[in-house]
Structures are given as structure tokens and as C-alpha cells.
Design a protein around this ligand. Structure first.
Ligand SMILES: Nc1nc2c(ncn2[C@@H]2O[C@H](COP(=O)(O)OP(=O)(O)OP(=O)(O)O)[C@@H](O)[C@H]2O)c(=O)[nH]1
Ligand SMILES: [Mg+2]
Length: 286
């Protein structure tokens, strides 16, 4: 297959799957249940220095009916073993292990599906490296209870900030925001934040198997589909602290893929005159 046709095939494949919505019309007010069972999805690769402290920190919050699911890609540093040992102490701690490093986005998709299968009503994603302060979890949950469909821990709203990034990281993050806004019309300011809470209804209506990206561009893609489907997004300010322990997995290639994915998303929807149709038409499912 030529380069061009393979790209086309990929896009068509992506397109078939994308679109991405499982049901036809958004119900403006999702019914909020009483229990609000929640799952925190944490993707890990070589996070042995961080994972125990993070798990303890989250459970110490005392949030009712809160579970954690760790999706570990067979980290050579034994992250999964640490989690396994902690499962004795914490019955609400779940572990999924995958065979090898297969990407940030795919790991969370796996975690989200697991949470949905276990009747989660709220699904939170966060990083394992303490860039996302667990103390913010109750606020994310509260905003979902207030009626928002997705809540983003944001560095780009008033009082939100980043501590410790170099100018290259700042430039990439700003560039992603500007381009996504210009090409895709995304309104959420911090679309690269991995600290989020989704109502289960949102994840049920997005075809998680149709997500184009398995890496970090999963983040922008999720925001895109959530907004396109008409769900209400709220951004709450966070202070993002650059990782103190362990190594970053965000390679230059991942950053390039992030930008390429913006164009892929644009391409996959451009063929439709009315973008809203994608969100509302049965025709476009598979
Ligand atoms: N399971 C799994 N987890 C991953 C993978 N890549 C990254 N992660 C995890 O995803 C989270 C975010 O990765 P980081 O390396 O902190 O990337 P980042 O936060 O974008 O980059 P830094 O700001 O440099 O820390 C961390 O918890 C990682 O361990 C992967 O391929 N598989
Ligand atoms: Mg990080």
C-alpha cells in the first residue's frame, strides 16, 4: 500500500470508528445518581517512586465509594508489584497489567472501560507523578455533582498555573491550544490537561474503541468529542507541579503526534457539512 493510501485507509478506519458517539441525542441533564461511585484511572509506566504515596494520598481523602484502577504496562521497575502489595490493604484498589508499553491514551481507555464495567458513575483520570494534586479530587467530583458532564483540572483559567516547566514545554502546550482552537474550535482552554473527571454517561456515549490516538493526543481527542457531542465542560484551576521523581515519558515523537492528530481530527470531520450531525445521527455509527 502506498504511503498516501495507507494514510487514507487509516483515516477511513478512524472515521468509521470515530464517530464516536454511541447514542443519538444528548440528554441535556444527565441524571445524577445517589451513590456516585467513582474510579480514579491512573496509567503507570515506571512510577515505583511515586505510586505508593499517590495511592495512599488518594485513599486518605476519604471520598466515599472511591476506587482506583492502575493500568500498568509491565513497568520494568516493578510498579505493578507495589500496587499488588497494596491491594491487601486497600480492597478498592484495582490493577490492570498490559504486556508492554503501549501508550498513555490506550491505558486510560482500558481504565475507563473497566470503571464502566464496575458501575462507576464518575471516572477521574490523573498522572502518577504528583503533577496532579490528589487534594483536588473532591472539587472535581463536586462540580460533576453540580451538573457538569466533564470537569478539567486547568492550568489556563484564573488561578491555574504550572510550576517547573521550561520554555519548550510551555511553547508546545500553548501551540497545541492555539492550533486546536483555530482548527477544531475547541473551547476548553487546557485541552492537554490529563487531570479530569467525566460523568459515566459521557464515556458511555463516546465510542472509546473509535478513538484515533493511543498516546497523549488522546487528551485533545477526548475534549473534542465531548464538546462536539454538546456536553458541558467546566474548568477548575489547578497548580501543575512538574514531576519530582522518575522520568518523563513524553517524547518529542509524542508531541509531533499530538499536532498531527489535530489535523487528523479535522480531516475526519471535514467531510461532513454539519458537524453536529456527527453527534446526533444514527447513520454515522460504524
Ligand atoms: N500505562 C502507561 N502509562 C504511561 C505511558 N506513558 C506514560 N504513562 C503514564 O502517564 C502519566 C503521564 O506521563 P508523564 O511521563 O508524567 O508525562 P507528562 O506528565 O506528560 O510529562 P512530564 O510533564 O514530563 O511529567 C504517568 O503516570 C506515566 O507513568 C504508557 O505508555 N503506558
Ligand atoms: Mg508528568
Amino acid at each position: 500500500m502506498s504511503g498516501k493510501s495507507s494514510v487514507t485507509a487509516h483515516l477511513q478506519e478512524g472515521f468509521r470508528g470515530t464517530h464516536v458517539f454511541q447514542s443519538s441525542i444528548k440528554t441535556p441533564n444527565i441524571q445524577r445518581g445517589k451513590s456516585m461511585k467513582s474510579f480514579v484511572s491512573i496509567a503507570t509506566y515506571n512510577e515505583s517512586h511515586n505510586i505508593e504515596g499517590l495511592i495512599r494520598g488518594i485513599f486518605a481523602l476519604g471520598v466515599q465509594d472511591l476506587n482506583i484502577v492502575i493500568i500498568d504496562d509491565n513497568s520494568p521497575d516493578g510498579t505493578a508489584k507495589i500496587v499488588e502489595n497494596l491491594q491487601v490493604e486497600f480492597p478498592r484498589l484495582h490493577l490492570i497489567t498490559r504486556n508492554g508499553k503501549s501508550g498513555y491514551g490506550g491505558a486510560h481507555v482500558r481504565g475507563f472501560k473497566y470503571a464502566l464495567e464496575h458501575d462507576a458513575e464518575i471516572i477521574i483520570s490523573m498522572d502518577a507523578d504528583f503533577s496532579h494534586d490528589p487534594a483536588k479530587i473532591p472539587e472535581l467530583v463536586r462540580e460533576l455533582r453540580n451538573g457538569y458532564d466533564m470537569v478539567v483540572g486547568s492550568r489556563r483559567v484564573e488561578n491555574g498555573k504550572v510550576v517547573g516547566w521550561n520554555s519548550w514545554r510551555k511553547f508546545c502546550s500553548k501551540g497545541a491550544m492555539v492550533l486546536s482552537k483555530a482548527l477544531l474550535g475547541i473551547k476548553t482552554k487546557d485541552l492537554t490537561s490529563g487531570y479530569r473527571a467525566y460523568h459515566s454517561e459521557v464515556l458511555n456515549r463516546i465510542n472509546l474503541d473509535g478513538i484515533l490516538s493511543d498516546g497523549y493526543s488522546f487528551l485533545e481527542e477526548m475534549v473534542y468529542w465531548v464538546e462536539t457531542a454538546g456536553f458541558e465542560v467546566k474548568e477548575v484551576p489547578i497548580t501543575f507541579l512538574d514531576r519530582q521523581l522518575g522520568k518523563s515519558k513524553l517524547s518529542k515523537l509524542e508531541i509531533v503526534k499530538f499536532f498531527v492528530n489535530i489535523f487528523k481530527l479535522k480531516y475526519s470531520t471535514m467531510r461532513f457539512l454539519d458537524k453536529k450531525k456527527i453527534a446526533t445521527s444514527h447513520m454515522l455509527l460504524y
